[in-house]
Design a protein around this ligand. Sequence first.
Ligand SMILES: Cc1cc2nc3c(=O)[nH]c(=O)nc-3n(C[C@H](O)[C@H](O)[C@H](O)COP(=O)(O)OP(=O)(O)OC[C@H]3O[C@@H](n4cnc5c(N)ncnc54)[C@H](O)[C@@H]3O)c2cc1C
Length: 334
Amino acid sequence: MKAFEWASPTTINDAVKLLQASAATHDPDDAPRPIAGGQDLLTTMKDYLTRPERVVNLKNIRGLDRIEGDGKRGLKIGALVTLTQLAEHATVRSDFPGLAEAALSVATPQIRNLGTVGGNLCQRPRCWYFRLEDAVCLKKGGSQCFAATGENKYNAIFGGGPSYIVHPSDLAPMLVALGASLAVTGADGARTIALDKFFTLPSEGSIRRENVLHNDEIITEIRVPASPVAARSSYLKFKERESLDFAMSAVAAALELNADKTIKQARIVLGGVAPIPWRVPQAESFLVGKRLDASTLNEAAHLALDGAKPLAKNAYKIPLTQALVRRALAKFQA
Ligand SMILES: Cc1cc2nc3c(=O)[nH]c(=O)nc-3n(C[C@H](O)[C@H](O)[C@H](O)COP(=O)(O)OP(=O)(O)OC[C@H]3O[C@@H](n4cnc5c(N)ncnc54)[C@H](O)[C@@H]3O)c2cc1C
């Protein structure tokens, strides 16, 4: 790990000032970084994927570790709320069940006890080549995505090119399905970013980054609006090892039903299959007005995977994800 300066501010404004890069910083991965639970940042530092000149501890800033609100008012989740807090929060479990399921699906209790919501959304990709110190892939300033023609079992089937990472966060697809937004503060002041505009495809923006956050910006709060789909939300994830693993594929589903049990509104966002949470509007609009019978589930699953472009070793993600879509929707049949 490269030597770094440690700073522990107590206010957001001081933290933002400390995140300003020095004039000597030319590579984005050498710029100062905020640290929350450290579950991802420290690993990237140990492997020299990031080499921040200064690490800015957010844990001494008060007020960022609270969950407020409910299904009627919407939720405000402080960026330092841990995954355990979110998964175990009684109101989240009753009014936004899919969000509690997504938080509970992450890693192990130890990681959930330390990992925060803000850090989970900003964690870096898990592609083997990106994580391998000696592989200078596109996302580390190189000229090639090694996964495109190499070991790509875990890589993207949607939205890939020129890099084929998948976004690793389990919270992200569910929060996108719930219409969440982020409150952010940086050197230029505060702004709100809709979560579906936060993540960037490798073909957009900087290939070195996965989102639109500036280096001197901090996420302070995640806002989840009150919504008629929140109470019928669900997160289903397939992982290779049951004990702990990232999603090989996942489905965040949220539905509003009419009194006659037909679907009024549907949101379906796929995880583990694209560089960003992958919304599937063709399946969502097909579902409107339908009942959740077997043929509707089959057709929605088929439409959700329409347009997938698998690489040599990950075509299995198509039937796997179709099965997850069917099962996520079937939960609401009763
Ligand atoms: C073995 C293992 C298994 C895992 N499995 C899963 C899994 O199944 N699903 C899943 O979703 N995740 C998984 N993770 C990732 C884990 O959930 C994240 O590493 C963790 O949530 C990150 O939160 P943190 O607070 O520790 O972030 P940190 O490590 O402190 O930070 C992560 C990144 O976010 C930035 N950051 C942190 N907070 C903020 C903020 N408020 N504003 C702006 N930037 C910020 C940091 O600068 C850094 O770039 C796993 C991790 C490990 C080690």
